[in-house]
Design a protein around this ligand. Sequence first.
Ligand code: ZN
Length: 149
Amino acid sequence: MSDLLDLYQELILDHGTCPRNYGRLRGKTVGQAEGVNPLCGDKVTIYLRLEEERVKEIQFEGRGCAISVASASLMTELFQGKTVTEVEELWRSFKEVLITEVTPSEKLGKVLALTGVKAFPARVKCATLAWHTALSALKSQQQPPLSTE
Ligand code: ZN
């Protein structure tokens, strides 16, 4: 188990210092949302582009503690190419892992490195900030149902 914890710490350190998918996406079809965690001072902006209900591109910008940056980085890797439904399911599983004792879904992959924050309730908001924000960006991107009237 301690090997696993070492691996998790390495992943967080790696993604916290060299975040993947960092930068701004531009274009008319890009959805974006901003999130702030005042408790820690973390800020994140998520940019994403959907194509046929799938995450075609997702990037982020922001600053904050290593947990918040690593979480955004790992999450953007995970969401890449996923359908909207899959993204919503992953978010549900991640939340569940952080607040209950369920066995984590293997689908979360490397994101499981973040489950260590459970022991530090104040850091849970650092880990979930990017996720809340990505879900808002996703909602901003989904077309409202066409009115038939
Ligand atoms: Zn933080």
